[in-house]
Design a protein around this ligand. Structure first.
Ligand code: NDP
Length: 330
């Protein structure tokens, strides 16, 4: 019988307000994109989630298509809820998304009302939930009117199947239009979920400012660049690493000598701050107050421990920031 750590809420500074909403999110959130699928060992998946909750991580991020097989991460999470975590439902922010290919035919992806609402029903069933906390449009659909996609999110909230609406991978202008529509429909946009790390800084010129002005929170995904901004690949490609065993989105050839040269220099800087490279990479994305939370993945519980440890030192000196810029430019 699982009993969560009584110390899990001992650090109030571990939570940041999500835009101008009533919700606070943990500085580190856990995503179930990898390592929670049908072929991954259940006991490890369970251990990662429970360790996260013990450390104060209240926010678990899913999507309809996480697996493989599509849907299986939600099934795994549903089992963890059923067997261990479900009694703490009111302490959890559970999210799901729809947007990418989920089932065959013209209604199995993108942004139609038909797809989004059917997908949400499927997700709730797989997780054994009555509602999710946040339902996201996973990506903008260039062919469906934005009114229809936002209408589906607003309907999901009005029907009680989601508490809040979110956007993922929307560009600044689309975000503004979508946020306006949602506001008019009485369902303000709670949060945006873009990719952001030292290796992908597209949100810096405009999106962050847009979110701040609109009062929308921001949870950034792949802050460790899928493992590249850690010491994982310093001695080759381990068989149990993402690039080693699941190269769908991270291939061994992505780990170039140039990149390794940069990440080893970043690692030296991290060590001088008494941090692991993963910890410094997370602190770096969290240096923006508009970034509510860094959304990590993990293949073992110890990585969650290490990542949460990042929050012990979120401050950077001007010299450190300049040194990081120099390394990234090199
Ligand atoms: P990260 O950039 O955090 O990469 C996670 C990987 O980094 C882990 O699997 C592990 O690699 C490695 N790692 C994690 N912690 C450590 C550590 N302390 N030391 C060494 N290595 C470490 O994030 P992900 O790419 O996994 O994405 C996170 C989440 O973001 C997803 O689960 C999903 O919820 C969300 N997401 C959303 C998308 C969207 O379109 N909205 C798209 C992609 C992700 P290894 O497995 O090799 O051990």
């Amino acid at each position: 019988m699982y009993s969560p750590a009584p110390s899990r809420y001992d650090s109030p500074d571990f939570y940041r307000r999500c835009g101008r909403s009533g919700i606070k999110l943990p500085l580190i959130s856990l995503g179930l994109w990898h390592n929670f699928g049908a072929h991954d060992p259940y006991e490890n998946a369970r251990a990662i989630v429970l360790r996260a909750f013990d450390l104060g991580i209240t926010h678990f991020d899913l999507a309809n298509n996480y697996g493989p097989m599509e849907g299986s991460a939600e099934t795994t999470f549903g089992r963890i809820l059923r067997e261990d975590l479900g009694q703490y439902r009111d302490e959890l922010i559970i999210t799901t998304k729809a947007g990418y290919l989920m089932w065959p035919g013209p209604y199995g992806e993108w942004g139609s009302r038909k797809y989004l609402l059917a997908s949400l029903d499927q997700s709730l069933k797989r997780m054994g939930l009555d509602y999710v906390d946040i339902f996201y449009s996973h990506r903008p659909d260039p062919e469906t009117p934005l009114e229809e996609t936002m209408g589906a999110l607003a309907h999901a909230v009005r029907s009680g199947k989601a508490l809040y609406a979110g956007l993922s991978n929307y560009r600044p202008a689309e975000t503004l239009r979508a946020a306006k529509l949602l506001r008019e429909m009485g369902t303000p946009c709670l949060i945006h979920q873009p990719r952001y790390s030292m290796l992908d800084r597209w949100i810096e010129p405009e999106l962050l400012g847009t979110l701040e002005k609109e009062g929308i929170g921001c949870v950034v995904f792949s802050p460790l660049a899928k493992g590249l901004l850690t010491d994982r690949y310093f001695k080759g490609v381990p068989a149990d690493s993402r690039a080693g065993h699941d190269p769908r989105f991270l291939k061994p050839e992505d780990i170039t000598d140039k990149l390794l040269g940069q990440t080893k220099k970043l690692n030296e800087l991290a060590q001088a701050r008494s941090q692991s490279l993963a910890q410094m990479s997370l602190a770096w994305v969290l240096r923006h107050k508009t970034v509510t939370s860094a959304l990590i993945g993990a293949s073992r519980p110890s990585q969650v421990d290490d990542c949460v440890g990042a929050t012990k030192n979120l401050k950077f000196s001007a010299v450190e920031l300049a040194e990081i810029e120099k390394i990234l430019a090199g």
